[in-house]
Design a protein around this ligand. Structure first.
Ligand code: KMH
Ligand code: ZN
Length: 277
């Protein structure tokens, strides 16, 4: 089923943890299950319908451990009704088995990274057999994939998987812009990427660092959805740390209103994204 959202409705995603940001960079990074759940609830209150979730070990290291995900998801569930979208990207250098672990928690959504790229000074490896394997596992877990595209060719890859029948159900693309080594964060890039996806597919923009605000605001003007949060950007303004992801969500929600977009709650987001729930 491919669902077309009425263009006024907007799904905000909060990427509240990530795998790269450290407590040294910002004291506002949530690490424990309780901190993650508190931040998820604050983001929900600010307008987020989806939480893009990574977890950390007690010392703050990125992890794809099933138990840590189960704990974080349970803590979130106790507090709020957000859609939980677990990462299958993990951190650069993790193997496929490790990256797939959160799927054992049967999350409502999970990311599917659609190609390999240079990721800063490292390489984020997503060879085609791994993409296929993770795609199948996402489906077997009963989760809906979000298609992370850091390059135009990654959209092609997703469409190929769809044509082959490996990728089934609703198509939801996330254009991830401005990763050093990936496609740039520019208006013409968003316009081109959105032109490449089939009618009825949904799409959103995530952009790193200083690009987060202008690119997500552009997406909101162009009818797309938007992701903000500390995973991609820790600053509210130049040199001013965001006190968690919720202030970034609140600012995006306020902007949405000014351009006639209606921020939806998780129940409506489930319908727009074609989630079973
Ligand atoms: N941490 C990045 C290497 C995802 O969550 O699916 C990959 C990432 C993508 O964050
Ligand atoms: Zn992520």
């Amino acid at each position: 089923v491919i669902v077309t959202p009425p263009s006024s409705e907007l799904i905000l995603t909060a990427a509240i943890v990530g795998a790269e940001i450290t407590r040294k960079q910002t004291p506002w990074l949530p690490i424990t299950a309780r901190e993650i759940a508190d931040e998820a609830a604050r983001c929900r209150d600010a307008g987020a319908a989806v939480i893009h979730l990574h977890v950390r070990t007690a010392d703050g290291a990125p992890s794809q451990d099933k138990g840590l995900f189960a704990e974080a998801i349970a803590a979130i569930r106790e507090k709020t009704d957000v859609i939980v979208q677990t990462s299958t990207g993990g951190a650069v250098g993790m193997g496929g088995e490790e990256r797939a672990q959160p799927l054992l928690c049967h999350p409502e959504m999970a990311t599917l990274n659609c190609g390999t790229l240079n990721f800063g000074e490292e390489v984020f490896e997503n060879p085609r057999p791994l993409i296929r394997d993770l795609c199948k596992r996402i489906r077997e877990a009963g989760s809906v994939p979000e298609l992370e595209c850091y390059e135009v060719g990654h959209i092609e890859e997703a469409l190929r998987l769809h044509a082959e029948g490996v990728l089934t159900g609703p198509l939801h693309f996330q254009f991830v812009l401005g990763v050093p080594g990936g496609i740039g964060a520019r208006e013409e890039v968003v316009r081109f990427m959105m032109s490449q996806i089939p009618p009825g597919a949904t799409w959103g923009v995530a952009a790193v660092g200083r690009h987060q605000r202008p690119m997500t605001e552009l997406a909101m003007r162009l009818g797309g959805h938007a992701r903000v949060g500390l995973e991609d950007n820790i600053y509210l303004d130049k040199g001013v740390l965001a006190e968690g992801s919720a202030p970034l969500v609140a600012r995006a929600a306020a902007y949405a209103k000014t351009v006639g977009r209606e921020v939806v709650d998780p129940a409506r987001a489930r319908q727009l994204l074609g989630l079973p729930g």
